[in-house]
Design a protein around this ligand. Structure first.
Ligand code: HEM
Length: 329
């Protein structure tokens, strides 16, 4: 549906039916991306990243690969589903541009999401072509998984923001950063910054666990203490330490946003963030205690995504402004 161009606030959305449709579609695209992301964790955890050889975008250089192996099927399914979410990203931009007038944040957020889906695909392609996959123990592989995690988080932020901005009942008609107080900015952005660090260290840990499997906690501690311990093993103590600090930051900051910018969105997102932070911290201990079995790894990755999404929504609530308001606090 086309924009009406009426000057009233409501007219920013061309019709309630089409924006509701866009909102449902945005939620569907977000869920599809979450599935692909967690499946990407499975590719890494099973060491299947080289299942298609060092070819990209084709698998083993063939449109329909002839050779079959479990690793190939796991990697190929990740590539096919990643391709599908790129198409969904394009459809999301079309849906938002048809349902919301120029200047509405839903449009900008959907373009941002499409850009990040593209970045994800390019990073995926780069790590395959550079052979930074499977059991490669190089430091570059660690940097690549860290960067991949950061771009995944930014993609989720873009999709989460699109979902919220397309939902008319939440009244997010503009996101205004300028003019907001320093306290509000710190409370909204510090938890996100901490989670970027914790998440990338976690991704490096996950790679270390895939590369250097141990069969008991004692063997893991012995490996950590060994003089010649590999880099990924030496780094792994930092993930739980930084995660604990991040959980404290999360318990302090979102409630401040809720207080400074009270709204149903701020309340819902802040409570979700506190809950996911606790669940995620506990899952981290379970992961460690059980020597990171694949299902727990995937659950830990999924909960990290939910925690990141809820913190994104806290930030959106902090900077959300109705179009009619003169300025943000
Ligand atoms: C705010 C809390 C936490 C967040 C956001 C977080 C996030 C993450 C992320 C994103 C990964 C990478 C997952 C993957 O790529 O598959 C990871 C891995 C890991 N984390 Fe955490 N984590 C948190 C707390 C903890 C704690 C407290 C521990 C242990 C005491 C822990 C232990 C681990 C272990 C052992 C791995 C590697 C195995 C795996 O892939 O799951 N985490 N974490």
């Amino acid at each position: 549906m086309m924009a009406t161009g009426s000057p009233t606030t409501d007219a920013l959305d061309t019709s309630s039916a089409s924006s509701n449709g866009a909102s449902r579609f945005a939620l569907g695209v977000l869920i599809a991306n979450l599935v692909v992301i967690v499946w990407g964790g499975f590719v890494r955890a099973t060491g299947s990243g080289a299942g298609c050889g060092s070819h990209w975008p084709l698998c083993n250089g063939e449109v329909i690969p002839q050779a079959r192996s479990v690793a190939l099927l796991i990697e190929l399914s990740h590539r096919v589903t990643s391709g599908l979410v790129v198409l969904l990203g394009v459809a999301l931009v079309v849906a938002c541009c048809r349902s919301f007038a120029a200047g509405h944040p839903a449009r900008a957020a959907s373009w941002w999401a499409l850009g990040m889906v593209g970045v994800e695909a390019l990073i995926g392609g780069f790590i395959v072509l550079a052979r930074l996959v499977a059991m490669d123990p190089s430091a570059s592989h660690g940097v690549a998984v860290g960067l991949h995690l950061v771009s995944t988080f930014l993609l989720l932020s873009a999709l989460g923001t699109t979902v919220v901005c397309t939902r008319r009942s939440l009244g997010v008609e503009a996101l205004v950063f300028r003019g907001t107080s320093r306290g509000l900015r710190i409370a909204a952005l510090l938890p996100l910054a901490s989670l970027l660090v914790v998440g990338s260290m976690g991704a490096i840990n996950a790679l270390g666990d895939t590369l250097y499997k141990v069969d008991s906690i004692a063997a893991g501690i012995a490996l950590d203490r060994a003089d010649a311990a590999p880099l990924f093993v030496r780094l792994r103590i930092w993930h739980p330490v930084l995660a604990t600090i991040a959980v404290i930051v999360i318990f302090v900051c979102p409630p401040i946003v809720e207080k400074l910018r009270p709204s149903p969105l701020a309340q819902m997102a802040s409570r979700a963030a506190l809950t996911f932070a606790l669940v995620q911290w506990t899952l981290g201990l379970v992961n460690l205690g059980l020597l990171a079995p694949i299902p727990v790894q995937m659950l830990h990755l999924f909960t990290a995504d939910l925690l990141w999404l809820s913190l994104t929504l806290v930030a959106v609530a902090a900077f959300a402004t109705p179009k009619t308001a003169p300025s943000a606090r």
